[in-house]
Design a protein around this ligand. Structure first.
Ligand code: CU
Length: 377
């Protein structure tokens, strides 16, 4: 503003000075317009689209490359507190965004605005909010989005960092871990405007994408080892806090419960397809591994601003992040995708299946001789 005042003091007694003054005024107006748009005033002129969110492991309809201009992407998250069985006989008061654990993944492009309506219905028992790791300022949006039961809020942020990010409820103090380990988390993918690039900077497109949200649960047990149930979320918080203090989850699952992504819930793919796996863990470290495959491209720590790592056997998801991995399936059959802490995978539940159709490639693998009786050398 100091610069603006100085410019307006420009002497204008001659015609030449009037022309210069008009030029300066136009320049200042232009500068102010640019400054205005940088601070959100230009948002009103942008195209607005509503993204219909879907339950994981699916992603909402989206394009991998952005159209010319940034958009305002409107999304709606409705909180739902509900009792679910993480495994048979293991009930938990899940606190959810849109009824699923994890919440739905949001997909936008770098530079887009996300305009999020957060609804806490009157049927809820607790206040909630949302902290998006893709957002800048105000506790990731947490301080602008506190909603008591019966309230809703609209807030907007600009997605300026490309990558995959966690979002979660963060209502303050002990409520933060309690809500997060009750399932109140999800992910957002902020694609580069020109789409993904491989390690050499070449464009790479995925044929399908899945979102896997890993969740640790801490369900209290009675003296006999039976999992306890409670009449409301808050009623179990004291017992649950004691289990949380052990840092030993009773369950570690993909997409809300043991077996959510196996059997009838198995993911599907075809030989030759490039599949993008987005894996989030809002609270705890994980180490995904695809048995019989590899991480062809892994965007470490979820950053699309950095070239992806290549050909990893297992990759790391630090607690509080989402990570993206792309693999082109080369053989048909049943694959297991799991947390390669194998105790967490096989005893606690962190495993998924991918059923892949296509033709077997003997050159990559073959059984030279079937199992039979041992022979003396
Ligand atoms: Cu919450």
């Amino acid at each position: 503003m100091r610069m603006q005042r100085k410019l307006f003091c420009f002497p204008g007694r001659t015609e030449r000075n009037h022309v210069m003054q008009r030029t300066v005024l136009a320049l200042v107006t232009g500068l102010l317009a640019v400054a205005g748009s940088a601070h959100g005033a230009g948002v009103d002129s942008l195209e607005r689209v509503t993204q219909t969110l879907v339950s994981p492991p699916l992603l909402p309809a989206h394009t991998q490359k952005a159209s010319a201009s940034p958009k305002v992407v409107q999304v709606r998250l409705e909180i739902e507190e509900k009792q679910v069985d993480v495994a048979p006989g293991a009930p938990v008061w899940a606190m959810t965004f849109n009824g699923s654990v994890p919440g739905p993944i949001i997909v936008v492009h770098e530079g887009d605005y996300v305009e999020l309506t957060l609804v806490n219905p009157p049927t809820s028992t607790l206040p909630h909010n949302i902290d998006l790791h893709a957002a800048t300022g105000a506790m990731g949006g947490g301080t602008l989005t506190n909603v008591a039961p019966g309230q809703e809020v609209v807030f907007r942020f600009r997605a300026v960092k490309p990558g995959v990010f966690v979002y979660h409820c963060a209502p303050g103090g002990l409520m933060v871990p309690l809500h997060v380990v009750s399932g109140m988390n999800g992910a957002i993918m902020v694609l580069p405007r020109e789409g993904l690039k491989d390690a050499l900077g070449r464009s790479v497109a995925y044929d399908r994408a899945y979102y896997i949200g890993e969740q640790d649960f801490y369900i209290p047990q009675d003296e006999a080892g039976k999992f306890k149930s409670y009449p409301s979320p808050a009623a179990g918080f004291g017992d649950m806090t004691e289990v949380m203090r052990t840092l030993t989850p009773t369950h570690v699952v993909f997409n809300g419960k043991v077996g959510a992504l196996t059997g009838g819930g198995a993911l599907k793919a075809k030989v030759g397809e490039k599949v993008l796996f987005i894996h989030s863990q809002a609270n705890r470290d994980s180490r995904p591994h695809l048995i019989g495959g590899h991480g062809d491209l892994v965007w470490r720590d979820g950053s699309f601003a950095d070239p992806p790592a290549q050909n990893l056997e297992t990759w790391f998801v630090p607690g509080g992040t989402a990570v993206a991995m792309l693999y082109e399936f080369k053989q048909p059959g049943l694959y297991a995708y799991l947390n390669h802490n194998l105790i967490e995978a096989f005893l606690l539940g962190a495993a998924a299946h991918i059923q892949v159709e296509g033709e077997w490639n003997d050159d990559l693998m073959t059984q030279v001789k079937e199992p039979g009786p041992t022979k003396k050398p």
